[in-house]
Design a protein around this ligand. Sequence first.
Ligand SMILES: [Zn+2]
Length: 248
Amino acid sequence: MEEYIKKAAMILRKSKYAVAFTGAGISVESGIAPFRGKNGIWNKYEEKLFEINYFTEHTKEAWDMLFDGFYEATFKAKPNAAHFALARFEKEGLIKAIITQNIDDLHKKAGSKTVHELHGNASRLYCINDGNRYQVKDFDLKTVPRCKKCCVMLKPDFVFFGEALPEYDMLMSIKASSKCDVMIVIGSTGIVYPAASLPFQAKRNNAVIIEINPKPSVFTNEITDIFIPLKASEAMMKLESVYAANKC
Ligand SMILES: [Zn+2]
């Protein structure tokens, strides 16, 4: 294990354009339930709640369900050691961008600046009618939030089933994946498309893939060069300390 961490730190040190690709696994230690799996959101909420057609047709009912636990859990969550380590790596100039599948805002809360949010961000609200965006924290979510301009009921600014991915973030993610020489994949099992295509794209452009996942994923045997089978926080803390120790 130590050998893998050392090797990953060495590769990072030599990199010119390293990016991170993160999924639900990085936020589990912050108390955010993943959508899938044993304790997943899907076991607690009906999937239709996150379908755009259901939401637009039953906005009030959908919001009533969203208030009940989902938003509370999301906003109580705090970044963990893995988010903070990535933010420090970016500050040092080592990580150029984070591509994330997560909507929990934890990378930005940890201080990361260049974050491409493939699936949007739950801390914002969006007006389907006129495109205005708002911060959730400016609303009392006990009542359905409405657009301050046109009064239409707002939608959480994350991607629902049946919606396209945000164009700009997708474009920037494709660019970063094509340009990077190292991609650190953290906490993504690689089953959600099109997001999961990005590490494959990085590999096609000869990037070294470092993967941090407690268990092997679809990436592991296909494209991963260095597999670190640890929880995100443990792996990132080790990686950061080995990287710092060998800096000079
Ligand atoms: Zn509006």
